[in-house]
Design a protein around this ligand. Structure first.
Ligand code: UDP
Ligand code: MG
Length: 309
């Protein structure tokens, strides 16, 4: 049976949120008057998440399916796995921590009914730490400039996709760590709506600073080679300036004689250029790493079991 709607939720150590999430979710889905399935991917949780999900599936028979991963493959791979198991003609993603209120799902569906194949969302008042909100705004701005992805708020995971977009994501073998951006590229008629945002109901964010930096590097290197091009242009500029300096010193040597002063100026310039080279090597490494990952025959994720009626 093909339901109208598939709800996709990645879960990593969310035992404190699952009971509340499920009761709110089922209640609001029941008011939509559509057939639906909820697909949870348990992304290698070490707590009682899986047991709680299975109990909920027992309680709401036929409505909940669970994909149990062999380990932790990350939020976006959890979403891809659920996409590939989904059967609905419209697929909605949201987080398990109740930051995306299930009561807002209808807003996305209205846009799908208007003929959009991708509905993103932006948070009216973002309920994250000041630091997260501020840094995220800066990164959002950079991404907006150097990729052709237009998203007001890249972090909000409450999104709806038409089956056509989902099929393209599942068919691709891309190790991309940021599904909304990939979906945006594949969509033909994307749009966005404003949604509420709540504080994490319980537990802690699964992303530390290091992971956020990694995620944003991936986001940029997956969708743009502008950093490499900018780097080349910068290299051309500095070598031009350097050429001029050499010419000047040469002429000066002939007219005034050799110079030995300005040692620290020289150091400063050399250290600066060395650090630029290190950044460049790192940058190339980012692209190479991504290439290696995408060429690797290893699967993007591994499933231990699927629980469904
Ligand atoms: N998540 C996941 N695997 C991970 C990290 C997170 O499935 O490795 C899930 C997590 O359980 C939640 C969603 O992804 O449902 C978003 O995570 P979180 O709320 O920690 O991110 P934040 O809201 O802080 O960006
Ligand atoms: Mg969250």
């Amino acid at each position: 049976m093909m339901p109208n709607l598939s709800i996709v939720i990645p879960v990593y150590n969310e035992e404190a949120n699952i009971p509340h999430l499920i009761s709110r979710l089922i209640t609001s889905l029941d008011t939509l008057g559509k057939t639906y399935e909820v697909i949870f991917t348990n992304d290698g949780s070490k707590d009682e998440s899986l047991a709680l999900l299975r109990a909920a599936a027992e309680q709401h028979k036929g409505k909940i399916r669970i994909i149990d991963f062999k380990g932790n493959f990350g939020q976006h791979m959890a979403i891809v796995a659920a996409f590939s198991e989904s059967r609905g003609s419209v697929i909605v993603t949201l987080d398990a921590d109740l930051q995306n209120p299930p009561e807002e799902i209808y807003k996305l569906l209205l846009k799908i009914d208007e003929g959009h194949d991708y509905v993103g969302s932006y948070r009216d008042k973002r309920k994250d730490t000041f630091f997260r909100t501020y840094v995220s705004r800066c990164v959002n701005w950079i991404r907006e400039k150097i990729t052709d992805i237009n998203m007001r708020d890249q972090g909000c995971m409450l999104r709806a996709y038409n089956r056509s977009v989902i099929e393209k994501i599942v068919a691709g073998k891309d190790h991309v760590t940021f599904i909304p951006a990939l979906a945006y590229k594949l969509a033909q008629n994307p749009t966005e709506v404003e949604v509420n945002h709540a504080e994490r109901a319980a537990g802690e964010s699964k992303y530390n600073l290091y992971m956020l930096i990694r995620l944003n590097f991936d986001l940029i290197t997956s969708f743009s080679i502008a950093p490499l091009q900018l780097f080349t242009m910068f290299g051309m500029l500095t070598s031009t300036l350097n050429g001029l300096l050499v010419a000047y010193l040469l002429i000066r040597r002939v007219i005034v004689g050799p110079e030995a002063e300005g040692l620290f100026t020289l150091f400063a310039i050399v250290f600066f250029l060395i650090s630029v080279v290190i950044v460049g090597i790192g940058l190339i490494g980012e692209y190479l790493g991504r290439l290696a990952l995408n060429l690797s025959p290893r699967p993007r994720y591994e499933i231990k079991a699927i629980y469904e009626d």
